[in-house]
Design a protein around this ligand. Structure first.
Ligand code: NAP
Length: 697
């Protein structure tokens, strides 16, 4: 008898002493017992309270960047012990390729959120959303949207198929946002979640209360959740429906559920084209990776009417050539079993239902396949949950609105083949899935792609256009990437995960903040026009990052613009555009009074006016943002510039940071000529770092 899996609660491991009713989890290939799962006697209220107090305090002491640095350290700790996770995943039926999706994919999400977090978030705790809005004539009253972290616990309830990626793709953005997490893995693979959790605990990197694991049922959990808490569910639509109804008011409930995803073969992608081959290869990959137990797997292959048999034949040939079903520990095995006997029985039940609804088997069958065992022997499976890849073809009459083929999810290596007569019909068939996580379209014709996007966009969270140009580099139909949204409308749950920093905001509250420029500067960490400035002290370029303050400013003297300067600049740069060189043509232009100075001349002069030239803490100018030329400058006009420290972002792991400066150029009539942000790298202390320590932003 195996031990009951421990849970990790309130920063310590916990397990019920003994429970004869504990669920038994078995090896997917051999049926041997792997673990037992029970939470009898668990105190979930205390776990939630711990997250809300200790966990919130831990994360509240850290900035976005400090949390991001920790995510990278978590990823490194997991990478160092990846082999253990691969070995365990094989018990759940995962081949090495399947484990790469779960294990390396999970680690990859941590790395991505670490680096994106440091590049795209401020080194602060508040995130602004959009520009400041001026709400008064004199600029003394402004409004701005800001995000602050939710004060509760982020609960995750996960599906069995990705025990690591599924948890880490939610944990990374929650942690970055500043919310502690409580993970409840699915029973059949809870032992893999316990293993990655143990690696993180052993590494000693987790701030107190920031991550807890409940290895088993969670009775009463929803009763102790309230405003400020979130529940992110991944699993079947039926379970989601029941749980959503139990969530108390104020709890943010999001779900990623099953989805009858589609893959469309474009009318141009006939046999013999690279797109046809890519479509077939991808369909076989989606049937066999994780033995089809992927929420994003292709469930409906939608092809031009008349090509069904060509597609079925090509899929059969590719499977015969490449797919070896068996124990993932066996030599040459490319497709493992389903996670459990129960899962296999469920899939076979759904295939029977699809057959009753008109499906004809055109690839594979429902008999137990011959498999390769761990020692490489081929034969009938003694105990494993094996199913061969299956494709069922449907006639048009059996694929109309409301037909079972658009509704039944056989969560295994099973797809349906449907014909379409024109693109409108193809789009309609995609939409009949009621909302999907992903649809892929194999076409090399941009018009087909554009027409289908209009028809299917609203029904999908993600669309992949597959052709000869990207087939080799594509991340594939079935792989969500951390940079892009994962989730889908309708049946797919209506949720949205990943998508870069969008996911971080799901764990934060957006609030419209109103106040004076001084107050908005204080609460956002970004200097706002009208807030206090210090223009009388030493030049701000002489101040290292640790001494620089928001509002530190340099105000320049004036410089007159002459016609000779404009001509010199024009000939020097080659920019002899008529607005600078031809008085009559310039005057005929609706925007200019006559010949005017180049905008880039003004920006270059502004740099000359505000710069402090000697070596010092300012290391480099790495760009300008939001540059706008507002009032043209004519020969004889005089310009001056004000440069104000707007945002100061020290880097956690370097001796320097970024400073954003507000630059405003005005003319002798005090009219706004140009405004923009100047981006610089500034040393934290006066002695500049060595050149080889610098990393491009
Ligand atoms: P499931 O049976 O719906 O279970 C999902 C999770 O809900 C499991 O952790 C399960 O725990 C838990 N659960 C069940 N009843 C609960 C209750 N009353 N209170 C609290 N938790 C409860 O789904 P599954 O079989 O694990 O996963 C397969 C399904 O997930 C497929 O339909 C697939 O399409 C979908 N899926 C969707 C996505 C996506 O991103 N959209 C990703 C992966 C999978 P126990 O295991 O302990 O019962």
């Amino acid at each position: 008898m195996t031990d009951i899996l421990p849970s990790y609660l309130r920063d310590a491991w916990w397990a019920p002493a003994r429970d004869d009713a504990a669920a038994i989890v078995r090896d997917a290939s051999t049926g041997a017992e792997v673990s037992r799962v029970s939470t009898t006697g668990i105190d979930l209220a205390a776990a939630v309270a711990h997250a809300r107090t200790v966990g919130q305090r831990s994360l509240g002491a850290l900035t976005f960047h400090q949390r991001a640095v920790l995510l990278k350290q978590f990823a490194a700790a997991l990478t160092a012990r990846k082999d253990e996770l691969y070995a365990l995943s094989a018990s759940a039926g995962a081949t090495a390729r399947d484990s790469a999706i779960d294990v390396d994919g999970g680690i990859g999400v941590l790395f991505t959120y670490s680096s994106k977090g440091r590049r795209e978030l401020p080194n602060a705790q508040v995130l602004v959303d959009g520009p400041a809005e001026n709400l008064s004539k004199d600029g003394s009253f402004l409004g701005r949207h800001v995000f602050t972290r939710l004060p509760g616990v982020a609960v995750q309830i996960n599906a069995f198929n990705f025990p690591m990626w599924g948890a880490l793709e939610k944990f990374a953005p929650a942690f970055l946002a500043g919310m502690p997490t409580l993970v409840k893995p699915a029973t059949p693979t809870a032992y893999i979640a316990e293993a990655w959790m143990r690696i993180l605990v052993d590494a000693g990197l987790l701030p107190a209360g920031t991550l807890q694991l409940v290895s088993g049922p969670v009775p009463g959990l929803f009763d102790v959740l309230g405003l400020g808490d979130t529940i992110s569910f991944t699993g079947s639509a039926a379970t989601a429906e029941g749980l959503r109804a139990q969530a108390r008011p104020g709890v943010r409930f999001t779900s990623e559920t099953d989805s009858i995803n589609a893959s469309v073969l474009g009318p141009d992608a006939v046999p013999g084209t690279p797109e046809f081959d890519a479509f077939v290869r991808q369909l076989v990959t989606e049937l066999t990776a994780k033995a089809g137990q992927k929420c994003t797997a292709i469930r409906r292959a939608i092809v031009p009417a008349g090509l069904e048999s060509d597609v079925a034949a090509a899929v059969s040939a590719t499977i015969a050539e490449r797919v070896v079903v068996g124990d993932p520990r066996g030599p040459g095995v490319t497709m493992g079993p389903l996670v459990s006997q129960e899962q296999r029985d469920d899939v076979l039940r759904q295939v029977a239902a699809l057959k009753r609804a008109g499906g004809r088997l055109v690839v594979g069958d429902t008999d137990a396949p011959e498999v390769v065992d761990a020692e490489g022997r081929r034969g009938p499976a003694a105990a494993g949950a094996f199913v061969a890849p299956i494709v069922l073809a449907f006639d048009a009459a059996d694929a109309a609105a409301g037909a079972a083929v658009h509704d039944i999810e056989a969560f295994g290596p099973v797809a349906s083949l449907l014909g379409y007569r024109n693109l409108d019909e193809a789009a309609d068939l995609v939409g009949l899935g009621g909302g999907s996580l992903v649809t892929s379209v194999a076409t090399h014709d941009p018009q087909v792609a554009a027409a289908l996007l209009g028809g299917i966009g609203a029904y999908n969270g993600r669309i992949l256009f597959l052709d000869r140009d990207d087939a080799r580099t594509s991340t594939g139909h079935g792989s969500p990437v951390p940079h892009l949204v994962h989730g889908g409308p309708g049946r797919a749950g209506g949720g949205e995960e990943l998508g870069g920093m969008r996911a971080v905001r799901h764990y934060m509250q957006r609030t419209a903040v109103q106040g004076s420029p001084r107050m908005l500067t204080a609460v956002t960490g970004i200097w706002h026009t009208g807030a206090d400035v210090d223009a009388g002290g030493i030049h701000p370029f002489r101040k290292p990052l640790t001494h620089l303050r928001l509002g530190d400013r340099v105000e320049s003297g004036e410089r007159e613009v002459t016609l000779a300067d404009i001509e010199t600049f024009a000939h020097f740069t080659g920019d002899t555009f008529y607005a600078h060189m031809d008085e009559d043509a310039a005057a005929a232009n609706p925007f200019f009074p006559g010949r005017v100075a180049h905008g880039y001349l003004l920006v270059s002069w502004a740099a000359g006016l505000f710069v402090d030239p000697d070596p010092g803490p300012v290391l480099a100018n790495y760009g300008l943002e939001n540059l706008r030329f507002v009032t043209p400058v004519s020969p004889g006009d005089r310009i001056r510039v004000a440069l104000t420290a707007k945002q100061i972002t020290p880097r956690e792991t370097d001796d320097y940071g970024e400073v954003r400066w507000d630059a405003v150029i005005r003319n002798q009539r005090d009219e706004l000529v140009a405004e923009y942000d100047v981006l610089t790298l500034v040393a934290k202390e006066t002695a500049p770092p060595e050149a080889d320590e610098l990393v491009a932003p």
